[in-house]
Design a protein around this ligand. Structure first.
Ligand code: NAD
Ligand code: TYD
Length: 349
């Protein structure tokens, strides 16, 4: 019986990882540790919450006493660490919160893991889930490889880069068997409507402007969240200790082109005349320090572990939109209360 701690499992990507692991490995005990910030939502996991191999623990990864106690109590063989502050715009408003959770929180977990196992590493693994944003920005050409030097530009990416360095340092210094993955932008069901795709779906549904930063010619590489969760499962079980793997779908889109495809799909699904949603597109002030382009070379994970995405972008986007259309209550729940304040602050500047 293996005990695996998944942090941030009530969030967007974490909830897909928890679901996959709980359903696929009934012989594992899966513990989901989450602080339930604005981004965490246990409603994301209703379908598995009563499974025997699933336990939810509410807590903060920066709370050393709490973390040390649960490591002692449950003796986690593995950690899959996703808990983080994850939104670039919020990191520009409140950078210290990102340093605390993303850097200090990661160190508290590493320390607890080190103290628990005291060098007895057989069968143990610390998996750190990171982002391609640590590599900084690309120009018009080229791809991020695992060997690309770190060059983060936002407080979010700087905090993730720092946490990656601490994971490596604990590996080199104390021998912790770690793996790190750096993934491109995710999209899919259960994503909080502050990130581009769910924000724009929600705004189309509520007939609000679609705020495009700058000229809209920024490029991101999009991956369907279930494919990211599949990659995490694979790397957790088959990845090589002390290695990092880039994850991405070879699926680059300029923001404005992606937004037009999204608007077309929304018009079709809502039975509105072509061009209706696109009328909401509004160019707004650019994000400070906005990275021009992200694009991942995912050939290492493909060649060494045999991973590839299971859906095309058009299929994934269609599944995603359908989910939001069929789960309006979920959207209404997460956009009530504090969300309105966040929205005003972010977009009325
Ligand atoms: P999210 O914001 O949706 O979820 C984060 C979760 O962490 C939430 O459930 C939140 O409650 C929890 N959390 C936050 N602070 C906590 C704390 N102090 N203690 C315990 N729990 C806490 O984020 P996401 O998009 O699912 O991202 C998950 C991970 O994947 C992050 O580490 C992020 O850097 C990384 N990542 C995200 C993307 C993406 O496109 N979303 C891409 C690559 C990597
Ligand atoms: P986002 O989803 O915040 O992810 P990230 O910044 O981590 O890549 O943003 C994706 C792209 O969309 C990015 O270039 C910023 C842009 N964007 C907008 O143009 N308008 C918006 O309201 C948001 C949230 C993002």
């Amino acid at each position: 019986m293996k005990a695996i701690l998944i942090t941030g499992g009530a969030g967007f990507i974490g909830s897909h990882v928890v679901r996959l692991m709980v359903n696929k490995y009934p012989e594992y005990q899966i513990f989901n540790l989450d602080k339930l910030t604005y981004a965490g939502n246990l409603g994301n996991l209703q379908d598995i919450e009563n499974k025997e191999n699933y336990t939810f623990l509410k807590g903060d990864i920066t709370d050393e006493n709490f973390i040390n106690n649960i490591f002692n109590q449950y003796s986690f063989d593995g950690v899959i660490h996703l808990a983080a502050e994850s939104h670039v715009d919020r990191s520009i408003t409140d950078p210290l919160a990102f340093a605390k959770t993303n850097i200090l929180g990661t160190m508290v977990l590493l320390n607890a893991f080190k103290t628990l196992w005291k060098g007895q590493w057989e069968g143990k693994r610390f998996y750190h889930v990171s982002t391609d944003e640590v590599y900084g920005t690309l120009g018009e050409t080229g791809l991020f490889e695992e060997t690309t030097p770190y060059d983060p530009n936002s407080p979010y990416s700087a905090s993730k880069a720092s946490s990656d360095h601490f994971v490596r340092a604990y590996g080199e210094t104390y021998g912790i068997p770690y793996v790190i993955t750096n993934c491109s932008n995710n999209y899919g069901q259960n994503q909080f409507p502050e990130k581009l795709i769910p924000l724009f779906i929600n705004n189309i549904l509520t007939s609000k402007p679609l705020p495009v930063y700058g000229d809209g010619n920024y490029t991101r590489d999009w991956l369907y969240v279930v494919d990211h969760a599949r990659a995490i499962d694979l790397v957790y079980h088959k990845g090589v200790d002390h290695e990092t793997y880039n994850i991405g779908g070879f699926n680059e889109w300029k923001n404005i082109d992606l937004i037009k495809v999204l608007c077309e799909q929304m018009d079709q699904k809502l039975n509105k005349p072509k061009g209706t949603s696109a009328q909401l597109i509004t160019y707004v002030k650019d994000r400070p320090g906005h990275d021009l382009r992200y694009a991942i070379d995912a050939s290492k994970i493909n060649k060494e572990l045999g991973w590839e995405p299971s859906v095309t972008f058009e299929q994934g986007l269609s599944i995603t939109i359908d989910w939001y259309l069929n789960n309006k209550e979920w959207l209404e729940n997460v956009t009530s209360g504090n969300y309105q304040k966040y929205y005003e602050l972010q977009y009325q500047k």
